[in-house]
Design a protein around this ligand. Structure first.
Ligand SMILES: [Zn+2]
Length: 329
């Protein structure tokens, strides 16, 4: 940590405090003030706002939009009489843990790769800034104040359009050597054997267990072009092809979770994302898949749903800033 960051940490001064938190996605940038009365009371999320990302404009323009929204929040905090101590950002893409720059973002956010998010916001706002991946932010929020509150070690699996994940190890986000730790979607699954993945690889779990994977598998098996939610409805109504695709999504994910649990030994697994709404066929298949492949010692591992919804990445981004400042040490 540089000298500048040490000075920042001293300035933060612990609790009570307010953090400006932002969540950058492909379609919108959400922001809020996260207010802490004390270190051990749940934060209050207020002054929520959101603007369209308009990602097609390119990374530099998105960074300006993010910077403007962060500036608004810092100003809003100041008018409330309690100065914002810093800015926490969760963002789509992989984040370089040392610099807070975007190490990699896919084509949903063209030109986001390489953007110096932390350095730019720090320069514009004159405040400490901490940046991490959005799924990692979600997991940290749930670990501190949601479904995994109090857990020392947990795994989050987020099955939405894509399939993401994050690992909390000893109360902190495990960032990994390049900021990619917990990227579960591009691990091998026998149920995806031979299927080309969006990442360029083959046989990856995301191709069968994510929302887009469900849609693609249904089409590839001769079904219509439907949304994941529509396919789940058809499955519940007795459509045989839809049922197979939904059950495969659940069982392949459950089996994969058994493998990761065996490697990580978490206290619990937190499930998040729109695929959780796929209904009891999906959920039963998930639990059966898990039970089939898990060792006896991990049979009773809780697989629980996330609790904090849209606030989770904001709270997690704020918590990451507090960790960066050393406020919880
Ligand atoms: Zn892949």
């Amino acid at each position: 940590m540089s000298d500048v960051q040490v000075v920042d940490a001293e300035r933060a001064g612990g609790f009570p405090c307010v953090v400006a938190a932002l969540d950058v996605g492909g379609t919108k940038i959400a922001g809020a003030l996260v207010r802490y009365a004390a270190s051990d009371t749940a934060p209050v999320v207020e002054a929520r706002r959101a603007v369209p990302t308009k990602a097609a404009r390119g990374g530099a323009a998105v960074l300006e939009t993010l910077s403007a929204l962060a500036g608004e929040l810092v100003a809003a905090g100041a008018t409330d009489g309690q100065a914002v101590v810093g800015v926490g950002v969760g963002t789509a893409g992989r984040v370089d843990a040392r610099t807070g720059s975007i190490a990699y973002a896919n084509e949903i956010m063209p030109g986001w790769t390489g953007q110096p998010v932390a350095a730019h916001l720090r320069e514009v706002l004159g405040l400490p800034v901490a940046v991490l991946n959005d799924v990692q932010a979600h997991a940290l929020g749930e670990a501190r104040w949601g479904a995994a509150q109090g857990a020392d070690t947990c795994l989050m699996v987020a099955a939405g359009t894509g399939l993401g994940g994050a690992i909390i190890a000893h109360g902190r986000v495990l960032r990994g050597a390049h900021g990619f730790a917990g990227e579960v979607g591009h691990t091998l699954s026998p149920d995806a054997a031979g299927v080309r993945c969006v990442c360029g690889g083959t046989s990856h779990l995301e191709s069968v267990a994510s929302g887009s994977g469900i849609e693609e598998r249904y089409r590839a098996a001769g079904g219509e072009a439907l949304s994941g939610a529509e396919i789940a409805e058809r499955a519940a109504a007795g459509d045989e092809l839809a049922r197979q695709v939904i059950e495969l999504a659940g069982s392949s994910l459950g089996e994969a979770i058994a493998g990761w649990a065996s490697m990580l030994d978490p206290e619990l697994v937190v499930l998040a994302g729109s695929v959780l709404n796929a209904g009891p066929l999906w959920r039963d298949a998930l639990h059966e898949g898990y039970a089939r492949q898990t060792p006896e010692t991990l049979r009773s591992l809780p697989l629980v749903d996330a609790q904090l919804k849209g606030d989770a990445p904001l709270i997690g981004a704020a918590e990451n800033l507090l960790d960066f400042l050393g406020a919880r040490d």
